[in-house]
Design a protein around this ligand. Sequence first.
Ligand code: ASP
Length: 372
Amino acid sequence: MFCWGSSKHAMIQVSWNVSRDAFSDSSSSNIAAIDFATTSDSTKRVALFGLGGTIASWPAQGASTAVIPSMEANTLVESVPGLESIARVESRTLRTMSSANISFADLFEVADAIHEALASGVDGVVVTQGTDNIEETSFALDLLIRDERPVVVTGAMRNPSLAGADGPANIRAAVAVAASPLARGLGTLVVMNDEVHAARFVRKTHLSKLSAFTSPQCGPLGIVVEGRVHLYTRVESLVTASPVGDVAPVALVRCVLGDDGRIVSALPGLGYRGLVLEGFGGGHIPEVMVERLVEVVAAMPVVLASRTGAGVVLESTYGFAGSEVDLLSRGLLSAGSLDGLKARVALTLVLTSTGNRGESESRFRAIVEAIG
Ligand code: ASP
């Protein structure tokens, strides 16, 4: 694993092990007031960062049953029976927000906090957040974190006020994975419903079921049973992309029946610096869109993904105008095995890691190659 560039977002400069007072000056970042708590003195140490989401949501006082993210990370940790037998968990609240509000800038700060915790010697890291965009945030962390130790993202489908809330079980399983030497070198992982998923493949494929998270490309890497991690398959660490400038705006557009391409034509004028286009099937678009798309390729990198969300974008099967052979020959980049959401995360990060278009395109290709 190697990394490109260096981060200018090293905002959290304090050591993980210093006292609570040392965290009180968060003026250089918008990280929420930091709480700091530990459980047990087990030999394994796991840092847990709370960002909010359903797992940390509770009905607002005097309101209906509608919940808002409001719980501190240490409260979540304290709600998990038997956690101390797995690891000593050091928790901090970084945000109490819905995942809809998480930005790339937030993720750069989370990545800095994770690097800081890892530098202090923890065995692994858990991030708790809203589940709605875990498939994007976890993949962004996969590309931002430079360490072999496990980083595990989890959340909950049912909030703590509901019968059968899954947050405590998900935290327990996530901590078990974060503390496990077996989980090293796999990049960022997502643990939900006792399943271990690779960030590069996991998707939220149901709105409300506890089994909402699946990896259509290859299935989960493993499972957690009785607090023990069982891994059946492994993935390689990815090259990383360190942000060095302002976040590059990248659009994700899905090609639809009867599409004429007017949306893609508008993108350069809207300030976008990159486009991920989800084509039909193997990577196809209507012929009428091709010339419009060629104009966009002249202005910015354009990645071709499949709107099916699984499989590998074709390279040499179809030759009609608007086919994958046609589009790739016109300078579009293949998303390979990445779905549109993940290809957009990767393109955003490589464009944010260098101002040079050729370099960003070769960095994107390297990520796609590494995933296979
Ligand atoms: N429904 C979401 C969740 O599962 C809310 C969010 O993503 O913040 O946490």
